[in-house]
Design a protein around this ligand. Structure first.
Ligand code: HEC
Ligand code: HEC
Length: 312
């Protein structure tokens, strides 16, 4: 409790502040000199600091400080330092003959490491870690030796540069060729262009034919009935033998490696609704929009994909 000021005790050298709590008085000792000096120094330091470094918040930023310190600029400088250090290697990568890069161990090593980083930033969301693929999205596995478009380094490079069926790059692979929808019950983007040629029964027959040629259990009678339907309607794109056609990006149906899936339900969905997978273009820059990747990045990631196990 704070009582009214009491008279200073004459025996006390310093007197009291006049505060008394339950009879205990607060002495009015001066602050230690060292403490006071440290306190003043702190104030001086703080003033100096706010002049030297970014400090006071303004509407759209902060006072910059006379030393021009900026952690962002530091990071940018550090990144530039690494870029400069890598510049000759990148130039060599772009200048090299693509299939011959494998012979240059140092360059190849750089490309695979850089390519992996590029892949993990730009490609994993669709193609999965290490190119494992994702059937639910129709994103092909890149680590097997089954290729829609081709697995030699030049073809992989071209696929990545221009993409597949995107509407951005005029050189994208086969914008107009896709797996048509075959039923009038089709839904989805390809429904309008559906050929509507097959009844549900016929779809079942073709599905069984595909099950059969891919080595799965099939209803023999239906599969036999599906043979004619296949030859008349599908062979043009997937080949008489069902082994696909890389010029059209039409998959091999006999190899038990599936883009979307080889079970009866998925095959039925593929036939009813059609499929038209889209792969972005990564090296296109003809519209004033910067390409998503530079040539050295595309080459690096192409070499990385080529190295995943299925490179031809
Ligand atoms: C938005 C999803 C998506 C992203 C991101 C993506 N891709 Fe693709 N990619 C696809 C699809 C879908 C296909 C299959 C196209 C088709 O149906 O023919 C494909 C096909 C490919 C093929 C052809 C495979 C074959 O069998 O011929 C290669 C190679 C490829 N992608 C590499 C890459 C690389 C490298 C990246 C990263 C720079 C990348 N993709 C990023 C969706 C994607
Ligand atoms: C105009 C060419 C064309 C015709 C005709 C065609 N297809 Fe396709 N088909 C394709 C293409 C291209 C793809 C790959 C689609 C993609 O990449 O998204 C495909 C994909 C498929 C798939 C998916 C394979 C997988 O791995 O998941 C099956 C199954 C299939 N077709 C079966 C057939 C059958 C059966 C017929 C005949 C009724 C047929 N196709 C007719 C071009 C065609």
């Amino acid at each position: 409790m704070c009582a009214k000021p009491v008279k200073n005790d004459p025996k006390q050298e310093v007197g009291t502040t006049g505060h008394v709590w339950d009879g205990i008085e607060e002495l009015n000792n001066p602050l230690p000199r060292w403490w006071v000096w440290v306190f003043y120094l702190c104030i001086l330091y703080a003033i100096g600091y706010t002049i030297a470094y970014p400090a006071w918040p303004l509407l759209t930023g902060a006072t910059p400080g006379v030393l021009g310190a900026s952690t962002r600029a530091d990071v940018a400088a550090e990144i530039k330092q690494f870029d400069d250090a890598n510049a000759p290697t990148k130039a060599a990568l772009v200048a090299a003959d693509l299939p011959a890069i494998g012979d240059d161990a140092a360059l190849n090593d750089y490309a695979l490491k850089a390519g992996k980083a590029v892949f993990n930033t730009n490609c994993v969301q669709c193609h999965g870690r290490e190119g494992g693929g994702n059937k639910a999205g129709g994103y092909p596995t890149l680590s097997d030796n089954d290729w829609l478009w081709g697995g030699d380094i030049a073809t992989i490079h071209a696929t990545i540069t221009h993409g597949v069926r995107n509407t951005v790059d005029p050189e994208a692979r086969n914008v107009g060729v896709y797996m048509p929808a075959w039923s009038e019950t089709a839904t989805g983007p390809l429904a309008e262009a559906a050929s509507a040629q097959f009844t549900a029964e016929e779809i079942g027959q073709v599905v069984n034919y595909v099950l059969k040629i891919s080595g799965q259990t099939a209803d023999e009678a239906k599969a036999t009935a599906g043979t004619v339907l296949y030859t008349e309607n599908c062979a043009a794109c997937h080949g008489e033998d069902g082994k696909g056609n890389r010029d059209l990006g039409s998959p091999n149906l006999t190899d038990a490696i599936w883009l979307y899936g080889g079970d009866a339900a998925t095959l039925t969905a593929t036939l009813v609704n059609g499929r038209a997978g889209v792969m972005p273009a990564w090296g296109y820059n003809d519209t004033g929009i910067a390409a998503r990747m530079t040539e050295d990045e595309i080459r690096a990631v192409a070499l990385y994909v080529h190295s995943l196990g299925g490179g031809e």
